[in-house]
Design a protein around this ligand. Structure first.
Ligand code: NOJ
Length: 540
């Protein structure tokens, strides 16, 4: 088989381990307290040692930062907060030299209100060509004082804001499914489509390996914008059909994008952030002529229970197999409570123990895996950030009832014994969110010296996964096992066992123990798998 043919048969992303970098919080290269591109560049050797195949970097574009950069004012630049285009090019080059691919975030559902298109739309007034690129409507009721429909913003409050027209009078309303500073684009407008196709090419020409598509299920709204009814978000509430999520017409957009990706060499790819948990609907995004992957949020949302996880695994595999796609497995990201905290509730030690087991389960499943920065250090959610430091727009929009997502975005502790733990260059004392003093025990520096640390487990597990031909893409076979356990084989010759129950369980010995998330007692062909423990076996 030629190199090209083998790539087509088994493209890299089908088995890859991706690592999400939330840029503000990963590594600060210039000492301003905010992570940046040179910070990432300086830590690439760490990521290579960790053993990831690709990084996904959250938005670094010029932005007023009303939503951590998911409010983009210029899709072809780099915000000075994060560096320059030249820094980006050097980062791509260095990452590629280390065999790490680079994915970037593309935010097509909305722009920033500071984007020149939106500013032009405000200035041009009702009925103008400029307003066509967004979703402007007259209000309802006498004087148009009520929003055009009942849609709610994901972040809280109505999804509409009324503008003051150039003549000074109260005027039309515009739609924003997120913050009021994030107006939704009108994807039925051909110019919007052409512009994003050109933006994709701009970054592909600079060498990126692919895109993570923000709110991929939201671009097309139902015609005539009907009311949605009383039950709307939270964002994760995807079982109610809502007139702004998952409309069929959205697939036309991704067919065009796929043609662009395929026109570049080297298996460029895209992953959808689509909160569509009905697996058959999600599979539609993964048809051969559409996107390559979608985040498996059903798995992320499942509680630490054998039956629930197994159901999610089966559903996802069945759905992706229909369309010959791979499943992705994800436990945490910058929008959800970190999984150590989700799995442990108030018991951090329990959460860590489960997180260790969850890692071995996740890495043994068929397909690819998305890790979120800091999970390799076992970082918990920071639940007690003082309200004065909260920056997530959810805090304000929810009328101070939801604290938002800052607790999973606290900067990474790299080294030393006092905050900000080497987040910035030597001598820097700044970090945009405070880092808990207790993280002195979780720094990279400390964990590298401890063979029983979470970081050590991640490094070993990733090395074994890479070397193990049975892991990554391919089929899975469930083996009979007692209640509250998950046991499956991957061919050739690999078995993963997980005990999610409260008691130790007796299992047959499947072969040679390769790796365990906690010590596993073995006696005479029997294994006693402790609670909340996973183990990998190589068949004899
Ligand atoms: C999903 C992103 O992950 C999240 O951080 C952002 O707030 C929304 N999309 C809106 O862009």
């Amino acid at each position: 088989m030629t190199d090209e043919a083998s790539r087509t048969a088994r493209p890299w992303w089908r088995s890859a381990v991706f690592y999400e970098i939330y840029i503000r919080s990963f590594a600060d290269g210039n000492g301003d307290g905010v992570g940046d591109l040179i910070g990432i560049r300086s830590r690439l050797p760490y990521l290579a040692e960790l053993g990831v195949d690709a990084i996904w970097i959250t938005p670094f574009y010029p932005s007023p930062m009303a939503d951590g950069g998911y409010d983009v004012a210029d899709y072809r630049g780099v915000d000075p907060l994060f560096g320059t285009l030249a820094d980006f090019d050097r980062l791509v080059q260095d990452a590629h030299d280390l065999d790490i691919r680079v994915m970037i975030d593309i935010v097509p559902n909305h722009t920033s209100a500071r984007h020149p298109w939106f500013q032009a739309a405000l200035a041009a007034g009702p009925g103008s060509r400029e307003r066509e690129r967004y979703i402007f409507r007259p209000g309802r009721g006498p004087g148009g004082t009520l929003p055009p429909n009942d849609w709610k913003s994901v972040f809280g409050g109505p999804a509409w804001t009324r503008v003051t027209e150039p003549d000074g009078r109260p005027g039309e309303w515009y739609l924003h499914l997120f913050d009021r500073s994030q107006p939704d684009l009108n994807w039925r407008d051909p110019e919007v489509r052409r512009e994003f196709e050109s933006i994709l090419r701009f970054w592909l020409d600079r060498g990126v390996d692919g895109f993570r598509i923000d709110v991929a299920h939201g671009l097309i709204k139902k015609p005539h914008l009907p009311d949605a009814g009383p039950v709307q978000h939270i964002e994760e509430d995807v079982d109610t059909d809502l007139p702004y999520w998952d409309e069929d017409e959205v697939h036309d957009i991704y067919r065009e994008w796929r043609k662009i990706l395929d026109s570049y060499p080297g298996d460029r790819m895209a992953i959808a952030e689509a909160w569509v948990t009905k697996p058959d609907r999600l599979a539609l995004y993964l048809r051969r002529d559409e996107l390559h992957q979608a985040f498996n949020f059903g798995y992320l949302l499942a509680p630490w229970r054998a039956d629930r996880l197994r159901a999610e695994i089966d559903k996802s595999l069945a759905a992706t197999t229909q369309v010959d796609a791979t499943t992705t497995w994800v436990l945490s990201n910058h929008d959800v409570v970190r999984h150590v905290t989700r799995y442990g509730a108030d018991d951090l030690a329990l959460g860590e123990r489960r997180a260790r087991a969850a890692l071995l389960l996740t890495l043994a499943l068929p397909g690819s895996v998305y890790l979120y920065q800091g999970e390799e250090l076992g970082l918990p959610e920071v639940t007690d950030l003082p309200v004065e430091v909260l920056q997530d727009p959810i805090w304000e929009r929810s009328g101070h009832t939801r604290r938002g997502r800052d607790g999973c975005r606290v900067p990474i502790p790299w080294a030393g014994s006092v905050p900000p733990f080497g987040f910035g260059p030597d001598g820097s004392t700044r970090s945009w969110l405070p880092i808990p003093a207790s993280w002195r025990d979780r720094t990279v520096e400390k964990q590298l010296k401890d063979p029983s640390s979470m970081l050590a487990l991640y490094r070993t597990a990733l090395r074994v996964r890479r070397a193990q031909p049975a892991l990554g893409d391919g089929p899975l076979r469930w083996l009979d096992s007692p209640p509250n356990t998950l046991v499956f084989a991957r061919d050739p010759g690999f078995v993963c066992t997980v005990n999610l129950g409260r008691d130790e369980v007796k299992l047959p010995e499947y072969g040679q123990l390769v790796l365990a998330s906690a010590p596993v007692p073995q006696h005479d062909d029997e294994v006693w798998l402790p609670p909340d423990t996973a183990a990998w076996w190589r068949a004899r």
